[in-house]
Design a binder for this molecule. Structure first.
Ligand SMILES: [Zn+2]
Ligand SMILES: [Zn+2]
Length: 272
């Protein structure tokens, strides 16, 4: 298949090359067209864009399908083997040029515990927790709740339970579950510390999400980035023998996201 790859005109290659000094060698957290809310670009187009950005590694983490496709906005269960196959072929094609990882971004739902084991045994790596909603003890899901003001408690507990299973190595955007909390309170500090301590205990990496950060810098009404949370991680790391590791995630749903978010890394590193 011949691919017609070209950069968006707003991002000429010459401009990108002048940014080489801030370039990340690892493009982590990339989605594909399969989730239905990304661009229509092929998997290979993401790889070519990553190579043009000077990356040595790219990690795909498509939104995880579940049996019988109960949720929207993600790949279908019937597409899972094709997703794996497509990236396997590209690993062969681009061997020696770029390392390609095939992972999934997954909500932790207690009723799916056997399914997570199945995914783990498929050698999908990494499986990352991306908690966008949670499951109540009666089996229902929080996106159907009328009052979502306590959503952060359920999401936090789900992430903690997920970390303990041993199937997941990274938690994506761990600060996003406070999205409905306008004011930071002592209660949010306490629940964050619980999550941070669990991540440390189980050697889980926490993701600093560039999509959340972009919204923060661009003053979006979405409160996805919480500096208060990351300050607590820093504080924790000053007092522990097992500091939390972090990773920067692009959460790219298009090559344009990938390219644009590269620009935010420098700002993020300055802790703005
Ligand atoms: Zn998405
Ligand atoms: Zn994502």
């Amino acid at each position: 298949m011949k691919l017609n790859y070209k950069f968006n005109a707003k991002h000429p290659v010459s401009m990108l090359q002048s940014k080489r000094d801030i370039i990340m060698k690892h493009i982590f957290h990339v989605h594909t067209y399969r989730c239905k809310h990304g661009s229509n670009e092929s998997d290979e187009e993401f790889i070519k864009a990553a190579l043009s950005l000077g990356a040595e590694k790219i990690t795909f983490t498509e939104h995880c399908p579940f049996p019988e496709n109960p949720f929207n906005n993600r790949m279908e269960i019937e597409q899972l083997s094709e997703y794996i196959e497509s990236l396997k072929n590209l690993q062969i094609k681009y061997q020696g040029q770029i390392q390609i990882e095939t992972g999934l971004e997954v909500e932790f739902l207690p009723s799916m515990i056997n399914y997570y084991q199945y995914l783990y045994e498929l050698n999908l790596h990494p499986l990352i927790i991306g908690q966008h909603f949670f499951q109540h003890p009666d089996g229902t899901f929080s996106f159907d709740d009328k009052d979502k003001s306590d959503e952060y408690i359920g999401c936090c507990n789900a992430m903690i339970e997920g970390m303990k299973t041993g199937y997941f190595s990274i938690v994506a955007h761990p600060d996003r579950f406070f999205r409905r909390c306008k004011k930071w309170t002592q209660e949010l500090t306490d629940i964050s510390n619980k999550l941070i301590a669990t991540a440390s205990q189980y050697n889980i990496i926490l993701e600093k999400n560039l999509s959340s950060y972009e919204k923060h810098i661009e003053k979006s009404h979405h409160i996805f980035w919480r500096k208060e949370f990351w300050d607590l991680v820093e504080l924790y790391n000053q007092t522990t023998s097992n500091p939390i590791k972090t990773i920067i995630g692009f959460d790219a749903h298009s090559t344009e996201h990938m390219i644009k978010r590269m620009e935010y890394i420098e700002l993020l590193n300055q802790k703005k």
